[in-house]
Design a protein around this ligand. Structure first.
Ligand code: GAP
Length: 458
């Protein structure tokens, strides 16, 4: 793990903050955890849902050429035989002859155990698919696998999706869901785990146009992270050399991110050619051909596949949003999440718990709650409550004070600038909606601008 440096995000700081604020906990924590498994807490679950929703919106809802699916985790084992996973989905494993720890040979830079320096065994291949049995009898015929990728569910449904939606090529199928890999080593928080989520899509194209579409998707996918707030300088493309390509890929470019542990893969964009559809066609005896009614040709489409890890995206958004800012004598820790990703959008904070103020503030809270994920917090001093919301990455706090009872106005405090503006309670909802969607000023129906005086948080 990286060293703890003030002002700089480290995995230690992130893990501790995520646990303290309810983003992410070790799985089965009260029993000592389970290696490579994590639980998302109340705000972490919201953040993850927001990441997935932003992806679904941009890939499925805002496009005409991609449809969504949700296929099962357990599939007929013949799928994994045809796809090549039973034979090829393996990592080279070595074991220390002294302490018996196991390592992925690819991760080692020296030929000795990183833990005790002991001698290592010869490499052997270890298939990382989790195996289980369907039904009550544990026999070979009942073997099923927990899917290591969601892609195969989309390949075997290619004709179903095409025929029921009447789409023409180029056309894509997208899905999000759990995947399982019995990784030899896990680590770097949620970066590499044994149970994780993938969001990926298969884009079916006419052979010969695959390279053009590959380049298009590499660019699009890189930009998606930037649009959601990731600093461009922290993203880099990495083209795989031929000898490192997966068994199904002709070419692959990774979108990599500068994680605290170094540059590492966030998403892979692969040109899978017609490999998968041809394999499934040969093994099932079912046609995977497409009839192109413009050219009157039959062909098996090529596939371009952008495949992203949900948890890695969450980790990248957490790392990039994290900041430590000098604030008076203290350090303000804040997540500058993009408003679409922020787990809580608005916090309503009454200045005191006095009954008349509480009734007023609760009223504001119930008006806002149907529109945004809103939190009501009346504990501790207002300064501490602002800091708590900063650590949750809440873009706006609405403060209700005694003056509010007189003039029916409330204060909106902005997370990033810490600026405060005074707004009529009746305009709160629209002002916040405008601000959360990136508009600078909200114009009242009568034409006036609703905020004039901006002052710093005192
Ligand atoms: N269908 C293609 C496919 O599954 P992959 O590169 O093996 O491609 C896709 O996986 C993405 O899933 C990766 O880019 C990475 O973000 C994420 N991923 C892979 N293994 C992971 C693991 N053990 N833990 C967390 N995320 C993982």
């Amino acid at each position: 793990m990286s060293e703890n440096v003030a002002g700089k995000v480290t995995l230690e700081k992130l893990v501790s903050l995520c646990q303290r604020r309810g983003f992410i906990f070790p799985s089965s924590d009260i029993y000592g955890g389970l290696s490579g498994c994590w639980d998302y807490g109340p705000v972490g679950a919201e953040l993850k849902r927001n990441v997935k929703a932003a992806w679904w919106r941009s890939i499925v809802q805002e496009r005409d050429d991609i449809v969504g699916m949700d296929t099962s985790i357990l599939m007929n084992s013949k799928v994994w035989e045809a796809s090549g996973h039973v034979t090829n989905f393996s990592d080279p494993l070595v074991e220390c002859k002294n302490c018996h720890l196991r390592w992925k040979a690819d991760d080692l830079t020296e030929n000795k155990c990183p833990s005790c320096g002991g001698e290592l065994t010869e490499e052997r291949l270890f298939n990382t698919m989790f195996k289980t049995f369907i039904g009550p009898v544990e026999e070979d015929a009942a073997v099923v696998y927990l899917r290591p990728e969601t892609a195969q569910g989309m390949f075997v449904n290619f004709q179903n999706a095409l025929n029921t939606t009447r789409k023409r090529l180029p056309f894509g199928i997208a899905q999000q869901g759990k995947a399982f890999r019995n990784e030899i080593t896990t680590g770097n928080f949620i970066f590499r785990s044994r149970e994780f989520e993938i969001m990926e899509f298969e884009y079916f194209v006419k052979p010969g146009t695959d390279e053009k579409w590959f380049d298009y998707w590499v660019e699009e996918r890189l930009n998606w992270y930037v649009k959601l707030g990731i600093n461009k300088e922290h993203l880099k493309l990495n083209q795989h050399p031929e000898e490192k390509l997966a068994h199904y890929a002709r070419s692959c470019t990774d979108v990599t991110y500068l994680f605290p542990h170094g540059w590492a893969e966030l998403e892979g964009i692969a040109n899978r050619t017609d490999f998968d559809l041809k394999q499934h066609s040969a093994a099932s005896g079912k046609s995977m051909e497409y009839f192109d009614d413009e050219t009157k040709e039959h062909y098996v489409p090529y596939i371009v596949e952008p495949s992203a890890g949900v948890d890695r995206a969450v980790l990248a958004f957490l790392c990039d949003a994290y900041d430590e800012e000098p604030d008076k004598d203290e350090i303000r820790v804040v997540f500058h999440f993009h408003p679409d990703l922020a787990p809580i959008k608005v916090a309503v904070l009454p200045l005191s718990r006095k009954e008349n103020l509480a009734v007023f503030a609760k009223d504001v809270y119930t008006t806002l709650r149907p529109c945004f994920i809103t939190q009501y917090d009346d504990t501790q001093s207002i300064g501490r409550r602002y800091r708590r919301q900063d650590e949750l990455g809440t873009p706006y706090c609405v403060t209700i004070d005694f003056q509010s009872l007189e003039d029916n106005m409330a204060t909106i405090r902005e997370r990033d600038s810490m600026n405060q503006i005074r707004v009529p309670v009746s305009a709160l909802k629209n002002t916040l909606l405008a601000k959360l969607s990136g508009e600078d000023l909200f114009v009242l129906p009568e034409g006036g601008k609703i905020w004039k005086e901006e002052k710093k948080e005192s």
